[in-house]
Design a protein around this ligand. Structure first.
Ligand code: GCU
Length: 690
């Protein structure tokens, strides 16, 4: 029976009659797959599904090389299969990084072969998915020589599931797919989730939300406490997780948990969770032993500490090094890792300043198996932020880059907003242009570093709430694998696999996708560095932190005289946290990039920008331009009617209608708000003045 949900980019539509199909059939109707491991079971299943779909007939899966055929596909390690060993250089394969693979064509006893090989099973899984991706994009495979290795060793999904509540934090795609109470029963959907993740190289999933206790829960509210995510560390739940972990393992994905820093008290009934207390140390060590007994390849713990109501070392007069290291020591004997979030704020008036202030002085003090996980910007997943100054300035610490797949501040999956261009901007950023010159993407290639994508699909038919948001999950993972991929390459792959290869469709969908992020920035912020302003005044876009206009001054620095925050040498010194060349650039409004101007500077409303327009006029113009662009994208989408399947066409068309409407509301709300303070009319008379 077909599942009642979308297969995203793993559609495997049949290849039409023609030379390409003949060539695919000749090389792939027969597949010889090594027998050895459980991952290879996943490979066989995927080949059955993918080749079956695309070739229009079931492939024959062999346990030995077929001899009476014109060609065949071989998947295995050189050690497992002679066919493979003679097609490749075994040393080259052995030298590949974990997860790396080769896809090549060769010949065996006069028969053409297509070989997918690696030294690890996960490499074979990734290589198989890569081959299927080529075929789904209708690329020739009769003469290929592909060598791939992941750039980042850890490519994680922070799946913000609220276990026992059945919901996803900032999920926007419906209820949780995981039913923790019913575990160890497994749903087919878990496997399909694992397939989606493995197909793009994800190798770790943190099963639960970083908010392991419900923010704002009243002390003593036991009914709510029963529903909190920290409970997953209780023995009764750990035991239930084993089946799920083993399912993910088949796809090369390690299981991790978000844990509560107060777990020694909550789960263990100790009197304290002080990281410097020996009983606490022992408790964590025993807990880690227990976890690894049940899940031998467990990845580690993710911790949100001292942030938004979650407990942390500050509760015990300790610091983040003490906190992270006690967990690290517990995990170390098992090869596990602590992912310790840098999203800590509260003690500074402007949260932008706090992370660098808190973490940079601790550089070099974290245990070897601690990764400090830092959001791309210093505030919080805004449509555009400067790059966190922590990057490039903690050379002695393993860092992880946290990106938000979910569109909390980019339209919450009612709006189309493609995040890949934003992430490319982050990854290509030079963290120290006149110093070590490392780009953000260069920082996540060593052992212990990696990328963490926040989000996680929900129970909606399309997994992500908006069909086009599937591209953000896809694109995040592709960038974690290879940050050198261009936006255009990633979009092209995704569109072809999702909507087929008709050039007109590909061009139109691509153009729409690439237009979305700039439009969202414009209509939701005015495009020159303001943030936290996506308030539409209605309850519709709920599950979102939406500071109302009364809170905006704190974020925007708005006054009667002007707008923006002095995060510079005149103000709170945030710009000075960067290396000198960047600090100088940001500190001067003349050299500060226009798109971040008001993030760094409070400027008079009539301050002129390079093109001669004033600050307030630029804000008005960008707000209007964002809405017009969204209308244009909506109209473009409408031209696809009949060119792609009706269900997805209609869904996106309806969402675009809503997006245009919301964008208009946001534009009006913001432009009127700016006018109320500036009292400078829009030169084009669009903003009401009464
Ligand atoms: C945002 C988001 C919260 C989340 C927090 C975090 O503030 O609104 O839901 O908990 O980020 O990253 O921890």
């Amino acid at each position: 029976m077909q599942p009642d949900y979308d297969d995203c980019w793993l559609r495997y539509d049949e290849v039409p009659d023609g030379d390409l199909r003949e060539s695919y059939r000749r090389l792939c109707t027969h597949a010889y797959v090594a027998e050895e491991s459980r991952e290879l079971g996943a490979v066989r299943e995927e080949l059955r599904r993918g080749l079956g779909g695309m070739l229009g007939r079931d492939p024959h899966l062999w346990q030995h090389p077929p001899r009476t055929v014109d060609g065949f596909l071989a998947v295995g390690t050189p050690g497992d299969m002679d066919v493979v060993a003679q097609a490749v250089d075994e040393d080259e394969i052995a030298d590949l990084d974990e997860g790396g693979y080769v896809i090549t064509t060769s010949e065996w006893e006069g028969i053409d072969t297509l070989v997918v090989t690696a030294s690890s099973d996960s490499g074979l899984v990734y290589g198989t998915f890569h081959l299927l991706r080529l075929m789904a994009a209708r690329e020739p495979v009769a003469d290929v020589d592909i060598v791939e290795e992941p750039a980042s060793p850890d490519r994680l999904i922070n799946h913000w599931d609220n276990p026992f509540r059945g919901s996803m934090e900032r999920g926007y795609a419906g209820q949780s797919i995981f039913d923790f109470e019913r575990l160890p029963d497994l749903r087919e959907r878990y496997r399909d989730y694992a397939r989606l993740l493995a197909s793009v190289g994800i190798n770790g999933v943190i099963l639960n939300n970083v908010n392991t206790q419900i923010p704002g829960r009243e002390e003593g509210n036991e009914a709510m406490e029963e529903l909190e995510g920290w409970r997953l560390l209780e023995t009764r739940y750990l035991e239930k997780l084993t089946g799920l972990a083993s399912l993910f393992r088949r796809y090369g994905i390690q299981t991790y948990l978000s844990v509560n820093f107060g777990a020694p008290e909550k789960v263990g009934d100790l009197d304290t969770s002080d990281p410097n207390d020996s009983e606490v140390e022992q408790w964590w060590a025993q807990k880690a032993d227990e976890v690894y007994d049940l899940i031998p390849d467990f990845g580690g713990f993710l911790v949100k500490a001292d942030s938004e109501g979650q407990p942390g070392p500050y509760n015990y007069d300790a610091d983040h090094v003490d906190g992270a290291n006690v967990l690290a020591r517990a995990l170390e004997p098992h090869g596990g890792r602590v992912w310790w979030r840098a999203f800590v704020y509260g003690s500074h008036k402007d949260r932008a300043v706090q992370q660098y202030d808190t973490f940079e002085p601790l550089d070099g003090e974290f245990h070897d198996n601690v990764t400090v996980q830092v959001k791309n910007g210093p505030i919080d997943f805004q449509p555009r932020e400067p790059i966190s100054p922590v990057f490039g300035q903690m050379p002695e610490t393993d860092l992880g880059l946290e990106l938000q797949i979910t569109g909390e501040y980019t339209g919450q999956h009612v709006h189309a907003c493609y995040h890949v261009p934003m992430w490319k901007e982050v990854l290509e950023f030079d963290t120290d242009p006149e110093g070590h010159g490392k780009r953000v993407k260069d920082l996540f290639t060593d052992e212990g570093t990696g990328m963490a994508g926040v989000g996680g699909p929900g129970e909606d038919r399309n997994w992500t709430g908006h069909y086009l948001a599937q591209a953000n999950l896809y694109g995040y993972a592709r960038l974690a694998w290879d940050p050198d991929l261009t936006t255009a390459e990633i979009t092209d792959e995704w569109v072809k696999q999702t909507f087929g290869t008709d050039p007109d469709v590909v061009e139109t969908v691509t153009e729409i996708m690439h237009g979305t992020w700039p439009a969202v920035i414009d209509y939701s912020t005015g495009g020159i560095g303001l943030m936290h302003m996506m308030y539409n005044g209605s309850a519709y876009l709920e599950n979102h932190y939406d500071p109302g206009p009364e809170e905006w001054p704190g974020y925007t620095g708005i006054t009667e005289d002007g707008i923006g925050k002095d995060r510079n040498s005149k103000g709170n010194g945030y710009a000075q946290q960067y290396p000198e060349a960047l600090a100088e650039m940001y500190d001067d409004p003349e050299s500060c990039p226009e798109e971040l101007l008001l993030f760094f500077h409070h400027l008079p409303w009539d301050h002129e920008l390079d093109d001669g327009r004033t600050v307030v006029q630029t804000l008005y113009d960008n707000l209007y331009a964002g809405v017009e662009e969204t209308q244009r994208l909506r109209d473009e989408w409408r031209t696809l009617e009949g060119e792609i399947d009706d269900e997805r066409w209609r869904h996106v068309a309806e969402r675009f209608d809503e997006q245009v409407e919301h964008a208009g509301v946001w534009r009006d709300r913001l432009s009127e708000y700016f006018y109320e303070h500036a009292e400078i009319p829009d030169e084009q008379g669009r903003v009401p003045t009464d």
